[in-house]
Design a protein around this ligand. Sequence first.
Ligand SMILES: Cc1cc2nc3c(=O)[nH]c(=O)nc-3n(C[C@H](O)[C@H](O)[C@H](O)COP(=O)(O)OP(=O)(O)OC[C@H]3O[C@@H](n4cnc5c(N)ncnc54)[C@H](O)[C@@H]3O)c2cc1C
Length: 432
Amino acid sequence: MNSQQHQFEILVVGAGPAGMAAACAAAEAGKKVAVLDNAPWLGGQIWRGEQAQPTSAAAQRWLQRLRKSGAQVFANATAFAAPAPRRLLAETPSGVLELTWQKLILATGARELFLPFPGWTLPGVLGPGGLHAMSKAGWPVAGKRVVVAGTGPLLLAVADRLKQHGAQVSLVVEQTPLAKVMRFGLGLWRHPSKLCQGVGVKSRLLGVPYRCGCWPVKAEGTGRVQQVTLTDGTRTWTEDCDYFACGFHLVPNVELPLLVGCALSAGAVSVNEFQETTVADVLCAGEPTGIGGAECALVEGQIAGLTAAGLTGESRALFSHRAGWHSFRAALSKAFCLRPELRQLTTPDTVVCRCEDVRRDTIEGFANWRAAKLHTRCGMGTCQGRTCGAAAQFLFGWENVSVRSPVFPVRVGALISAETTNNNLTTPTLRV
Ligand SMILES: Cc1cc2nc3c(=O)[nH]c(=O)nc-3n(C[C@H](O)[C@H](O)[C@H](O)COP(=O)(O)OP(=O)(O)OC[C@H]3O[C@@H](n4cnc5c(N)ncnc54)[C@H](O)[C@@H]3O)c2cc1C
């Protein structure tokens, strides 16, 4: 495999709203900037597909601004190892990039939180964001009966989009009690853009029941999901469906920040007011620092980019704007915190680690995540614990803060080529 070396003053990992904003701010300040993303598109989760078919004005604006900024873009580039200080390796389809940087901005976003319940591994049970992403990429959902469940505003946003793609969304089930959801909704007057979005979504979902204080019990079907059982804690009932889109909000992607040594606080990357992490010259912006939505990610990204470029005055000027979005972020996490009943969804034979087929009764006796991994292989499959690690943290209270390279599965050729160009590369774990 080829290996190419590049040097940048500022390297940004992740080209979602936070990474794009950071790259624009830094490149417009005259710095030599690169931004890389493991996806083939720019825009991260929320703006995926916007490059080809723009539908959002904000996405258009930021994509154009990035194009004009002079920042170099590497798409399909997965940062997987940090073999030495100020050096990162990324796998691309044509080889390995060896990137050296003076300032690093980590904008690696978040992923959906999945909690196991009986039947959650059946085909047709997906995360709401995942089903939305698939439908955006052309997966046919028209005419399909979809039940959306879990927690957070993403449920309604996804139900709305699926309905626009022709799906028959029969029900949206939110685990947060109605009173808390109402309180969150009433507080949106402080964030008029979110209020407008919420009103628009709710009006387009007229006729689709939104039941709060309910959660899934099990999914069943022959070969794929055909019905789901739901409960409000006292009553259970079933709904027929072709897809069950179930996700419990998002968890920050902190693996790369951990690999370069950043400290965490409450599961998110710790940053100071300038978005600087605990590691010198490493900044972090967007959802690795907490789940706050695209607007919060954009302003954090700009602050990180300006700070990295040395424009701390300009960066400081954005603090009050960010404070508004941080209050939204706090309200979001308060309103949609997970109810304890969700810890009881699994039965002893429920698979918790779906990559390695490890059941709850196989892992629950261990003292911590590390011991469970060593004895049962849970968390050692393709997703490398990204799914079951977060679930086990919620179910058993296990912390999972140890990572090693490669943080994403990469081809053996990438590891070999990285090894030959880098005598200092920590020997990675090969899975064959
Ligand atoms: C599946 C999903 C669907 C969502 N759908 C919606 C929606 O419909 N509406 C809505 O309002 N919000 C949605 N959100 C939330 C929204 O995406 C976020 O609020 C917003 O995008 C946060 O921006 P960000 O830049 O912090 O992260 P992201 O947009 O997640 O961007 C992070 C980027 O970093 C890349 N990355 C991560 N690690 C690496 C690595 N090691 N190497 C290279 N690249 C890397 C990722 O591929 C991603 O493109 C969704 C979130 C998820 C997870």
